[in-house]
Design a protein. Structure first.
Length: 149
């Protein structure tokens, strides 16, 4: 794809800071595909709106987002701390409800007496993804008493 001796040039190596760029490992076809705009139907990531419940259950993000949204919808919302994180009570409940491939709760929380939202990375990720979604609506009545809906 690129002449190998180009990466041996001291000026190029200095400019790259001694790091070999990942694109140097691509074949010619992949390199050219990387330089084009993504195709709307052939992209690496596509959002589907016609998934079956079985397909949805295979996605840890989607499955846990649905758990979080359902929990928020059946009550007055999810209580937030003054810093904007989910309360420890909510985090404890989500720890029981969430499943995440390869995430060992016992090992992850071995050094924690209490678990805050940033300590439970699957919840932290899912909550921020849901929060960024245009379908979510939030309620921040006051800085001290807020809920997440």
């Amino acid at each position: 794809m690129i002449p190998r001796d180009l990466l041996q040039n001291p000026a190029v190596r200095n400019w790259l800071g001694g790091i070999e760029p990942a694109w140097t490992l691509l074949d010619q076809t992949s390199f050219h595909a990387l330089r084009k705009p993504p195709a709307p139907r052939d992209g690496a990531i596509r959002l589907a709106s016609d998934l079956t419940p079985e397909e949805i259950s295979q996605s840890a993000v989607t499955r846990n987002a649905l758990i979080l949204l359902h929990t928020a919808s059946v009550g007055p919302g999810l209580k937030l701390t003054a810093t904007g994180n989910l309360s420890r009570q909510v985090v404890a409940e989500m720890c029981e409800l969430f499943t995440w491939p390869g995430f060992d709760k016992a090992e992850a929380f071995r050094l924690h007496k209490v678990v805050n939202e940033p300590d439970f990375l699957p919840l932290f990720l899912v909550r921020h993804l849901v929060e960024a979604s245009p379908q979510r609506r939030g309620n921040a009545a006051s800085p001290r008493k807020r809920s997440y809906q």
